[in-house]
Design a protein around this ligand. Structure first.
Ligand SMILES: Cc1ncc(COP(=O)(O)OP(=O)(O)O)c(N)n1
Ligand SMILES: Cc1nc(C(=O)O)sc1CCOP(=O)(O)O
Length: 538
């Protein structure tokens, strides 16, 4: 007989030591069940056996009222004594095959998994579900010396589970603000497998209002799951991008870009740009030139307050200032489901930059990552193109399309590789743009300005989607709107305007080109884009 199916959506792992002062454990538990917890694990690290059994027995009594199953952490004897649905064991606890013999065929066994090798063993040994962790740093368990997996490490493990029927939850450092990033960013790159739920201690247990905390987590998980259900059979990463993958043609793409140009002019979205000092003024000017409105706020409190009002956020860490502001801005962009463009300037040039990029990416999920060959090479951990500071490293890769496609899958983001030709991918489709003037290499910050324009068009694409659809009708993505088209629009508008500027008789060199570029961005019409766009679908 198959074992009972559990709902892993919101898995509460108990921890009496984390309760707020004065809060009763059983009261907190009951409130969290009312808020939508679907499964409970009793985890008692300091109780002796008698006390553990008593806590588990009363926990089960309360959970029974809500039809929520209970599992026991580590202790087979406590499970047997109380008659719970099963156990959760770690890598150094009772081996899984022995546990199965002891508890019988019907009980659930969950196993902690920290890497792909442990996952392969969990599959061989027949775990019912795995707990993947730690996703992020946590104060609830000593994980010293272990590398946190992040959403992408979680996704690599999820890949192995596809087709096995084994369920998966993630655990460790999961809180309301990073939950959307985790759910969306961990969709496995190869198979599109996704988490079945999340396990949390402190976000619920340490809350004064565990019911509200659980309700808020459940809402995000449920909407993610609803959207996944709607997408069953769809193997692409980005649901709405699939709208183009059918009859994809140059004409279709250009028409969409022209549409976004009109949206930008009509809506004037506010684009918050945490960017570097060298390019700040030019970035603000190109934003205005295409019809959006720039704001260059970096203070953590200010970016937090601004986030609901902006159309998109750009994080360009060129001079690596304002790291705290970047963390808050990116996370709030995720929370408010605003497009987030990441420009990891010279990321491969120093270990500090590499570590900072990883630290930021552990805090939020970018919608679009833009870089030159050296930067994209560093992000993809490719040694094919060595980083040489902020300047682009020539033509770059032998097969740029393969690099952007693979990195898009790995990071669950649109990737834009700039250079003599630009390549854009959502992990599925690869677009190549062959526009642009040689003068772009002669002015400072041309890559940064391209990033700014991508953010402007990402805001336009989101607005367009929300104007045309019920809010979150397609809830499969963290950000609504076609972000592949947005990235294409940013690149096309910038490179075509650069060609028009370079052709002007009054442009004599980089200085006059720089001013002319702003003018031509301002004057660019959809008709000129139609005439000049050199876009190929690879
Ligand atoms: C759902 C879930 N996942 C992982 C763990 C960690 O279990 P373990 O590795 O046994 O560590 P302890 O919880 O015993 O400290 C878990 N408990 N639940
Ligand atoms: C119990 C546990 N196991 C982990 C693992 O990585 O296996 S992390 C963890 C603690 C989870 O607590 P919080 O939700 O407060 O971060």
């Amino acid at each position: 007989m198959p074992r009972i199916q559990l709902d892993y959506s919101l898995y509460l792992v108990t921890g009496r030591e984390f309760l707020p002062p004065g809060k009763d454990y059983y009261e907190s538990l009951e409130e969290s069940l009312q808020g939508g917890v679907t499964l409970v694990q009793v985890r008692e690290k300091d109780a002796d056996t008698g006390e553990f059994i008593e806590v588990a027995r009363r926990t089960k009594q309360i959970c029974d009222k809500y039809n929520v199953p209970v599992l026991i952490n580590d202790r087979i004897d406590v499970h047997l004594a109380v008659g719970t649905a099963g156990i959760h064991i770690g890598q150094t606890d009772c081996p899984l095959p022995l546990a199965r013999t002891l508890i019988g065929p019907d009980a659930i066994i969950g196993l902690s998994v920290r890497n792909t090798d442990e996952c392969k063993r969990a599959i061989e040994q027949g775990a019912d579900y795995i707990g993947i962790g730690s996703v992020w740093p946590t104060g609830s368990k000593d994980i010293k010396g272990r590398k946190c997996l992040g959403p992408d490490g979680t996704g690599e493990i999820l890949d192995l589970l596809d087709g096995t029927g084994i369920q998966a939850v993630a655990i460790g450092g999961i809180h309301l603000p990073n939950l959307p990033q985790l759910l969306h960013g961990s969709i496995s790159p190869k198979t599109s497998n996704a988490l079945d739920g999340v396990a949390v201690i402190s976000d619920i247990v340490a809350s004064h209002q565990p019911r509200k905390a659980s309700e808020a987590l459940r809402e995000i998980i449920d909407s993610f799951k609803r959207a996944r259900k709607g997408l069953e059979g769809h193997k692409g990463l980005f649901g709405s991008t699939s709208s183009v993958s059918g009859g994809l043609s140059r004409e279709y793409l250009v028409e969409k870009v022209q549409g976004l140009m009109r949206v930008l002019e009509q809506e004037t979205p506010l684009i918050n740009q945490l960017t570097n000092k060298v390019v700040m003024n030019d970035s603000a000017n190109v934003t205005l030139a295409v019809g959006a409105s720039p704001i260059m706020s970096t203070n953590p409190r200010d970016v937090y307050d601004l986030s609901p009002a902006i159309g998109a956020c750009l994080i360009n860490f060129g001079t690596v200032d304002d790291k705290e502001g970047m963390k808050v801005a990116g996370r709030q962009a995720n929370v408010n489901r605003k497009p987030l463009v990441f420009d990891p300037v010279a990321v491969g040039a120093t270990s500090y930059r590499r570590e900072t990029a990883e630290e930021l990416l552990a805090h939020w999920q970018p919608t679009i990552i833009k870089g030159n060959a050296a930067e994209i090479g560093a992000m993809a951990e490719s040694t094919e193109v060595a980083s040489r500071g902020v300047d682009a490293a020539g033509a770059g890769f032998k097969d740029p399309g393969a690099i952007v496609r693979a990195l898009a899958k790995k990071r669950a983001a649109i990737i834009v590789l700039t250079g003599p030709e630009d390549y854009i991918s959502d992990g599925h489709t690869v677009l190549k743009v062959s526009n642009g003037s040689h003068f772009l290499e002669k002015i400072t910050g041309s890559g940064c300005q391209a990033g700014t324009l991508i953010a402007c068009f990402a805001a336009a694409s989101r607005s367009y989607y929300l104007n045309e659809n019920e809010p979150f009708e397609d809830d499969s993505q963290l950000v609504q709107g076609d972000m592949l088209i947005a990235a294409l629009a940013g690149i096309l508008i910038y490179t075509i305007a650069s060609e028009v500027a370079a052709d002007r008789p009054d442009v004599k060199g980089p200085g006059t080109f720089r001013s002319a570029l702003i003018d031509e961005l301002y004057n660019l019409t959809p008709e000129v884009v139609q005439q000049r766009a050199r876009v190929e679908i690879l």
